[in-house]
Write a protein of this length. Structure first.
Length: 366
């Protein structure tokens, strides 16, 4: 899917378009069906964010009443809105006890999420994104994690007829991916089930035949995984069977790069927390081990936080078949993603960002 345009509208499937904006860390306005009846949603670094300047307070108030979060506001009239020099409906709701402050603020984001997700179930709409600086003082509450918002939207899709053109052909090969952000995703049992079914690449037809989710749910869930780049089906069997060295990464170098990153994470955590860092690295490996290809079983963790593969594997990395090579690269990504999440849990977001910047400088995680 191409990067979203900034000046020209296009018809697109909203979840894919939204994910591209998140990947690009875009800040500005997303317009749905630009024109007299357009809907505006603000993004800050790719995340859906309530912004004062563009927040539809009247629609928000109507939604609060429709969903039963507040009673019909007998006292909420124009005279009350002008009282105490309060011009914001949100401020009135808080000031006069209709809603606690925290709940009122959080509901602004929930309201926007619900309204945006409504479009997931519709045929493609015209989309326009306009970049715009949004000052921090204009932000009502921090934005929502876009990948989880997309997952939530896919789960609520009830019609899949309009999704057919984004699905792979029956003979197309589906390959599982493990991006760095995968560990942060709020995957539910259907997504996890299908993702685990794809530990080995297979055709779309094979997946439909063996999936216990049924054809409709399998198609919908597969699209959700594809949108978040957890699977890729822009490949074919010939590409997978091609064992030409020219198109394959040097796995010896990939192993060295992986170990360099893992050792860096160990040193970084050890500097902050001391010897417990080794146990944390080991725990990361154990937690993901059951999801990895068998070639990752029983790896030894060296004292410096790097990994010692089995002797046979180490001596013949570049002799592996195409499928094993892909599994190896995905395994590297999953271990590093688990370690990065460990940094966040134990040291906080700022330290996670520092480590992620280093990993980006030394090569992509995925």
């Amino acid at each position: 899917m191409a990067e979203p345009p900034e000046k020209n509208t296009q018809n697109s499937f909203l979840p894919f378009y939204l994910f591209n904006l998140w990947e690009g860390q875009k800040t500005g306005r997303l317009l749905l069906n630009p024109g007299p009846y357009e809907k505006v949603f603000c993004l800050v670094k790719g995340e859906l964010t309530p912004v004062k300047k563009y927040f539809p307070e009247k629609d928000f108030l109507d939604w609060l009443q429709e969903t039963g979060r507040i009673e019909p506001p007998l006292r909420l009239n124009r005279q009350l809105l002008g009282a105490d020099n309060i011009s914001s409906i949100l401020a009135v709701l808080i000031e006069h006890g209709f809603l606690p402050a925290r709940e009122a603020l959080d509901l602004t984001a929930e309201f926007l999420a619900v309204k945006l997700i409504d479009y997931f179930n519709l045929p493609p709409v015209r989309l326009l994104f306009e970049e715009e600086d949004i000052p921090a003082e204009e932000v009502i509450v921090l934005g929502l994690f876009t990948p989880d918002l997309i997952l939530r939207g896919f789960r609520q899709i009830s019609r899949i007829e309009h999704l057919a053109r984004w699905l792979p052909a029956e003979k197309e090969i589906i390959v599982r991916q493990a991006p760095a952000y995968a560990r942060r995703l709020d995957l539910k049992s259907p997504e996890l089930y299908l993702w685990h079914q794809l530990q080995a690449p297979q055709s779309f037809g094979q997946l439909l035949q063996k999936s216990w989710l049924g054809p409709t749910e399998t198609r919908k869930t597969l699209l959700a995984l594809a949108c978040l780049k957890l699977v890729d089906f822009n490949l074919n069997q010939a590409a997978l069977e091609n064992n030409g060295r020219g198109s394959q990464p040097d796995l010896e170098k990939c192993l060295l790069a992986f170990n360099e990153k893992s050792a860096f994470i160990y040193r970084y955590v050890a500097k902050q927390l001391g010897p417990v860092a080794f146990n944390l690295i080991e725990k990361c490996y154990r937690e993901v081990q059951e999801y990895l290809d068998p070639i990752f079983r029983n790896l030894e963790i060296r004292p410096d936080g790097s990994f010692e593969p089995r002797a046979m594997l180490k001596l013949s990395l570049n002799e592996l078949g195409p499928e094993d090579k892909k599994n190896l690269l995905r395994g590297f990504d999953e271990i590093l993603a688990a370690e990065l999440l460990m940094v966040k849990k134990n040291l906080g977001n700022q330290h996670e960002e520092t480590v992620a910047r280093y990993l980006a400088r030394t090569g992509e995680l995925t």
